[in-house]
Design a protein around this ligand. Sequence first.
Ligand SMILES: [Zn+2]
Length: 190
Amino acid sequence: MLDEILQHNQQFVKNQRPPQIASAPRKHTAIVTCMDCRLVRMFEDALGLERGDVLELRTAGATISEPEREHQQNDLIRSIAGGVYLLGVREVLVIGHTECGLTKINPISLSASMQALGVDPQRLIEQEGLGSIEKLMQWMGAFHDVHLNVQEVVEVIRKSPYLPRIPVHGLVIDINTGELTVVDRDTRAA
Ligand SMILES: [Zn+2]
């Protein structure tokens, strides 16, 4: 894949000259979404986003895993803080999606997949003091209900002592049609 990318890149650089634009997002917005490959390009099209409009923060599941929620020391909060304090972000959208892979993790297939790649899940659980395969799934950010997960992530961001009081909304995008559903529109006064 690397060679394929490098080859394409040579052509791109030869043929395209993207305009130089500022690094601060034009729409003063940060959007948290999932790393799902089906969102590539479709996500921006469905939301009407152009290069330079918003910060896009992608994590597996558009989530913050449970162990990381408690201490607020997670990378998502750090990135949003950078957006707010360094790049003028004043609004945050958390957008989960239907059919998210993190709703489909089960302990048996996770164990099998790890073992097939030479990682012993049982040894890892002991070594890291996790206690059980469920805790390992929690570490990965597994959840059952995308709407509920979006709501929880919105709450974690709203309550973060590292962030000022700015609107944080929650939505879900249909991975097949691109349709957005609002889960929580932030009506708190800024
Ligand atoms: Zn996903």
